[in-house]
Design a protein around this ligand. Structure first.
Ligand SMILES: *Cc1c(COP(=O)(O)O)cnc(C)c1O
Length: 375
């Protein structure tokens, strides 16, 4: 079967290999069969390997849902009664965590800072010192909305110095940017199958400290479907998800993990690096400006400032590229008009060169000046 190959430059879901797509086409199976439980067992241990999380300390728990389900689950499940969450918030995804706290009525501190910068560590320290009731520090590793990479090792060290657990949204870094659960002081991280692993949507997972999960048995139960301990406990007792798993996505994820380990993380990270370098080069050649300083970028997302050109029209440029198999994506910065080009997925530098050919045509056809104009 020939499947059209689209180049997705949005921040996930990402371009997948044909072998991952085809891995979903399997004989029908009831996921309550032992065969399926065995598969999930090996999937769970493979996920620990991706995160370099020692199996004697960490476990992984699977959920059916998009990546946001992990944010919801960690926040509502891991906060003891009468304690607070500190959210180190410099972007859209940490703001989403703040919203989760608001919806559950979880006591929290929203430590907001500029979306263009990394958080200030002195502010984090001062907040922890002034508020000994903080039991959890939460942040986002790679803020996908801007492309800023946050200093999780330093934030994690502060959390642990103040006896708080450290929960990190690594949805857009796991399997693409190296980090180390122990050295970075990460108690819980999370991701979904369609980002760094380059599989399909519908499977999300949390990797975390097993002792803390066991302790959370006695924490307030704020959700039924989205409770970490309940799902963990069900896996421990039966090897299965509490409720129906995303069967075909799990097959695709198994295949994606196989390909991940075959390529190896060093080579995979090097490929992401080639892709983002090609993106930086293509933007510079067109005179397009990025809004985030290079030294704090994740190396996976370029946030591009809209040119000051009367003919600039994101929708029209997007549609022109989309019709030719390239998907670009709007920014997530409320104060500045940006669009994003991302280096996720099974793509390489030649795909980016082909994309810039099309983007230049889109500028040309729409009468947008090249090099791009800025006031
Ligand atoms: C993609 C992403 C999520 C999850 O978003 P969904 O739309 O629920 O898949 C969460 N956090 C970050 C940092 C992300 O990039």
């Amino acid at each position: 079967m020939k499947i059209k190959r689209n180049i997705l430059l949005n921040p996930g879901p990402a371009t997948t290999t044909d072998t991952v797509k085809m891995a979903q086409v399997v004989p029908d199976i009831c996921p309550r069969e032992k065969e399926f439980a065995n598969m999930m067992k090996s999937l769970r241990s493979d996920l620990l390997r991706v995160a370099h999380a020692p199996a004697d300390k960490y476990t992984s728990v699977l959920f059916c849902g998009s990546g946001t389900i992990n944010i919801d689950i960690c926040l509502n499940s891991l906060l003891p009664e009468g304690r607070r969450v500190l959210i180190v918030n410099n972007g859209a995804y940490s703001s989403r965590a703040v919203e989760v706290c608001q919806y559950y009525g979880l006591p929290h501190i929203d430590l907001r800072s500029s979306v263009f910068e990394q958080p200030n560590l002195d502010d984090v320290r001062r907040t922890l010192e002034a508020n000994p009731d903080i039991a959890m520090v939460y942040t986002t590793h790679h803020e996908t909305g801007t492309g800023v990479l946050n200093p999780i090792r330093e934030i994690g060290a502060l959390a642990h110095e103040h006896n708080a657990i450290f929960v990190v949204d690594t949805t857009s870094s796991l399997g693409m940017i190296p980090f180390d659960m122990e050295q970075d002081h990460v108690d819980f991280c999370m991701a979904s199958a369609q980002k760094g692993l380059m599989a399909m949507t519908g499977l999300s997972f949390i990797i975390g400290n097993e002792t803390v999960i066991r302790k959370s048995k006695d924490y307030p139960k704020r959700s039924y479907y989205c409770n970490l301990y309940l799902q963990y406990d069900y896996f421990e007792r039966t090897g299965e998800m509490h409720f129906t798993p995303p069967v075909q996505t799990i097959y695709a994820t198994m295949q994606a993990l196989k390909e991940y380990f075959e390529v190896g993380e060093v080579e995979k990270f090097a490929r992401h690096h080639r892709v983002i370098e090609a993106i930086h080069q293509g933007l510079a050649d067109m005179g397009l400006r990025e809004v985030i300083r290079r030294d704090i970028q994740s190396g996976l997302v370029a946030s591009v400032l809209y040119p000051d050109d009367p003919n600039w029209d994101f929708e029209r440029v997007h549609d022109y590229c989309y019709e030719r198999g390239f998907t670009i994506y709007p920014g997530k910065i409320s104060t500045t008009n940006t669009f994003r080009l991302c280096a996720l997925g099974a793509i390489d530098a030649p795909d980016i060169e082909a994309f810039f050919g099309v983007l230049r045509d889109a500028f040309d056809k729409n009468g947008i000046a090249l090099p791009a104009k800025y006031e």
